[in-house]
Design a protein. Sequence first.
Length: 183
Amino acid sequence: MIETGILGQLARTFSMISLIAIGGMNAVLPALRHQVVDVLLWMDDATFMQLFAVTQITPGPNVVIVSLVGWQVAGLPGLLVATFSMLLPACLLAFTVGRLTSKVAGTAGFRLAQDALVPVAIGLILAGGLDLAIAAYRGWMTPLLIAANVAFVLFTRLNPVWALIASAGIALGAHYSGLFPLV
């Protein structure tokens, strides 16, 4: 039986995070990881990163991580509470802003606010990537694989999945040869 206190914590945590999700789920991943791992101690970094990896291979939006965290913390009730708490406030805010936008679109203040949010979203997304890279660090090979993947994406036109598959193969080969511990 799941106690209602944990469901309340899930609702509060994800409701607050949903309201700062400018730039999408990747922008708030550091805040989500901080709350789930560092503040509420619901799981460790390795578990969070495993859940994040699952969301990256599943089709659909990255918000799936919220559902997985809710499931991990409190089963099916946790999944439902976390998912609705993440989506409902953001949907209501988007609806309200959309209604207001139709009235103020084209004004100088609206354009200024729109232009100001672009660097905020970019900064949040970059911070999210850095935070996840730090959380995923498992030794000297991690930054090498990250750099190789970045170079692959920047300098080739091939699908990035090939770089990820190669990285997984290299990491597993290094692990089983005793060169690189995965955990």
